[in-house]
Write a protein that binds this ligand. Structure first.
Ligand SMILES: [Zn+2]
Length: 65
């Protein structure tokens, strides 16, 4: 049985739910953010922007798509 082609979203950008390793504050960030993202609780840097893509420095809880 042949499978139909499935529409697989290949978006390079997605929203990520991350948790600060220092204070456990959860924060949603965008994977293609052009800015660094800091924790609202303690100010720790949770994601660093490199060339339009975020490097996540916090604990990834889940991908929200
Ligand atoms: Zn924090």
């Amino acid at each position: 049985m042949r499978r139909e082609r499935e529409p697989i979203p290949r978006a390079r950008s997605e929203f990520l739910l991350v948790k600060c390793p220092d204070c456990n504050e959860e924060r949603i960030l965008f994977s293609n953010s052009a800015k660094d993202v800091g924790c609202r609780g303690c100010g720790k840097k949770l994601a660093e922007s490199r060339g339009g893509k975020s490097i996540v420095l916090a604990n990834l809880v889940k991908r929200l798509g």
